[in-house]
Design a protein around this ligand. Structure first.
Ligand code: PGA
Length: 244
């Protein structure tokens, strides 16, 4: 159950959030909970969640270790402050910062090298869905990025299916639509990495997940978890999602 705060909250809001959120999820020991705050809040978030089951992730990373790359943050830097996850190729990064599938492969590898679990996002735009291209887009995104991983690397990643038309729009994909897309992704995983790897792959659904719709989504066998934007900003609503 992953929360993506995007470009919201400062350090004191981060502290207040965890004081409220942690007691609400302390018994959810069978859940893996990850929250991804903006870079300046990561250290505070790691400190606040130190004695809890909640893990902290970043929302992006650069593939190099260090160097003259103004404005970027590397895997070792994230690992050093206690991050254990990182979101890669969120559709907002693909859309506004021109991240391409080749970047996905480099970033995913860099994350794994520094013991960060990558949550790699894929998903089609509205126009692509309406013109029947969903499968082609998902296959291209998989083949252009994740196919390049070694099997041992692939075994450690998490994939998030986030249809762009459902992000921040209030339009959730129906559980059936999400399930169908997850099956396409899993089929790609099976073709490239085999049955065992495909069965073990965790695929999260993201796009307007709320306390009211999480149960129906999680009920689907193909859906292994959720990546939540807006509804993860409020500790009560994200706790309700985690404890669905
Ligand atoms: P949303 O965002 O839950 O606000 O739709 C999901 C995401 O972008 O990860």
């Amino acid at each position: 159950m992953a929360g993506n705060w995007k470009m919201y909250k400062n350090v004191s809001e981060t502290r207040a959030y965890f004081q409220n959120f942690l007691p609400q999820v302390k018994d959810a020991k069978d859940r893996e909970i990850v929250i991804c705050p903006p870079f300046p809040n990561l250290e505070t978030a790691v400190r606040e969640t130190n004695d809890s089951i909640v893990k902290i992730g970043a929302q992006n990373l650069y593939w190099g270790k260090e160097g003259a790359v103004t404005g970027e943050v590397s895997g070792p830097m994230l690992h050093n402050i206690g991050c254990t996850y990182v979101i890669i190729a969120h559709s907002e990064r693909r859309e506004y910062f021109c991240e391409a599938d080749e970047d996905v492969l480099k970033k995913t590898r860099a994350a794994l090298e520094y013991e960060l679990t990558p949550i790699v996002c894929v998903g089609e735009r509205l126009g692509e869905r309406e013109t029947g291209q969903t499968e082609t887009i998902l296959v291209d995104q998989f083949r252009g990025g994740l196919s390049g991983l070694e099997p041992a690397e692939f075994a450690k990643i998490v994939v998030a299916y986030e249809p762009v038309w459902a992000i921040g729009t209030g339009k959730t994909a129906t559980p059936e639509i999400a399930e169908e897309a997850h099956s396409i992704i899993r089929r790609q995983a099976r073709d490239r990495f085999g049955d065992h790897a495909a069965n073990k792959l965790r695929i999260l659904y993201g796009g307007s997940v709320k306390p009211e719709n999480v149960k129906a989504l999680m009920f689907k066998e193909e859906i292994d978890g959720v990546l939540v934007g807006g509804a993860s900003l409020n500790p009560d609503s994200f706790a309700a999602i985690v404890n669905f």
